[in-house]
Design a protein around this ligand. Structure first.
Ligand SMILES: [Zn+2]
Length: 404
């Protein structure tokens, strides 16, 4: 006889299921998971929770339970830090002073190129562990600080490898078109040739990437160059994401929508026409309040239009050394509320249901039958508490789906 598959029975829980992107609370709830997949969730008195021999019973003792959190936009793999540049700027140094002193993105590129895979894994692993400690069970990681083929592939390998020994799902994104590397200065089109002709094909062949992203901006890549990157992504069956309209409106949102991107990210300068294109394409708007805060931006993303049009809004840390040196998804939720005026419910949907969709993952993001049973027990009663506090909150426990 085949023994019955071990089940996890969650009892005595206030469950914010996040079904359909709403709290969808079950005040005195229970959940059954079989082989890491939710098979039943609902009020405790209706629960099919008669314990079988090898079932694991998790008693939440009346505490809040949410789906595992998802950080859908990070640049986690880099070496070194930019604290000196931060200090120089606050001591009155100009952008040129900082560049002359070896600061800026190119300092991160140099450090990342020089670092071994072990060193990168150690530094990025510490950041990842901080995220996991806050209840994150899925993280997207972009390359983009290597900016040559071997260094970019190295960063993607490191990102993939970070899942080993940790209960977390990592998805990876090629962001070769993040900046023009110094050796291609003034030859951006030739660098895009390299990204499209060599980097993306090799990342795809090596199964090192799930998606492709680009920085479409005056100081990044033009819409025409971004199209070439997207065409290469399509040719290799990779999902598409875009850093769009962060510092100016280059109609990046519309471009992302045209290519059926899973997400368009930043969007501070996106107009209503761009929002309507996102809606029509089913593209998720990923809001990144950490960068907005750190850069002291003033142009707000079009939250009211996104809400009115019904575009799903995700929130992420944008963890990166230059513009958002943060590993805290909970702080990003708070900032999305305080800076962008999202409701706490929208903020929680932004790091669960909608974040899953921003990665093209249909199997997670809500606690409902058929979805992965990654869940977090919080020292909280109301879900709004998660976005309300600024820092310091830690889950009571994180119960990820066991990895095979
Ligand atoms: Zn970013």
């Amino acid at each position: 006889m085949i023994p019955a598959m071990a089940r996890t029975l969650l009892v005595n829980a206030r469950i914010a299921t996040m079904r359909a992107g709403r709290y969808s609370m079950i005040d005195d709830g229970a959940m059954v998971a079989e082989a890491g997949v939710v098979s039943w969730v609902g009020p405790r008195e209706l629960a099919p929770t008669v314990k079988r021999g090898n079932d694991e019973v998790v008693d939440a003792k009346g505490a809040l339970v949410t789906p595992g959190l998802i950080d859908c936009h990070t640049h986690l793999v880099y070496a070194g830090n930019r604290a000196r540049e931060f200090e120089m700027r606050l001591s009155g140094a100009t952008y040129e002073d900082i560049a002359r002193a070896g600061g800026g993105i190119l300092s991160t590129v140099q450090a990342t190129r020089a670092a071994s895979e072990q060193q990168l894994a150690r530094e990025a692993g510490a950041r990842l562990d901080a995220m996991i400690a806050e209840g994150v069970t899925t993280v997207e990681i972009k390359s983009g600080y290597g900016l040559d083929v071997e260094s970019e592939l190295k960063c993607l390998r490191v990102a993939r490898g970070l899942a080993r020994g940790r209960n977390v799902t990592i998805t990876t994104t090629v962001l070769g078109a993040h900046a023009v590397p110094p050796e291609y200065k003034g030859r951006a089109d030739e660098y895009v040739d390299l990204v499209c002709g060599t980097l993306i094909p090799r990342a795809a062949e090596g199964k090192l990437a799930d998606a492709v992203d680009a920085f479409c901006e005056g100081i990044g890549f033009s819409p025409a160059q971004t199209r070439r990157v997207f065409d290469a992504a399509r040719a290799h069956g990779l999902k598409i994401k875009l850093h769009a309209d962060q510092l100016s409106n280059l109609n990046g949102a519309a471009l992302a929508a045209e290519y059926g991107a899973v997400s368009a990210d930043h969007l501070e300068h996106t107009d209503v026409a761009g929002v309507k294109r996102l809606k029509a394409a089913g593209t998720v708007a990923v809001l990144l309040p950490g960068a907005f805060y750190f850069l002291r931006e003033t142009k707000l993303p079009p939250v009211v239009a996104l809400r009115t049009e019904g575009v799903p809004m995700a929130i992420a840390t944008d963890c990166n050394p230059g513009t958002s040196p943060s590993t805290s998804i909970l702080t990003a939720m708070n900032m999305a509320c305080t800076l962008f005026r999202l409701t706490p419910e929208e903020a929680l949907a932004g790091v669960t249901t909608h974040a899953a969709r921003a990665l093209g993952l249909q199997d997670r993001g809500a606690l409902e039958p058929g979805k992965r049973a990654d869940f977090v027990i919080w020292d909280a009663t109301e879900p709004a508490e998660l976005a309300w506090t600024i820092a310091g909150r830690k889950p009571i426990s994180v119960i990820p789906t066991p990895r095979g």
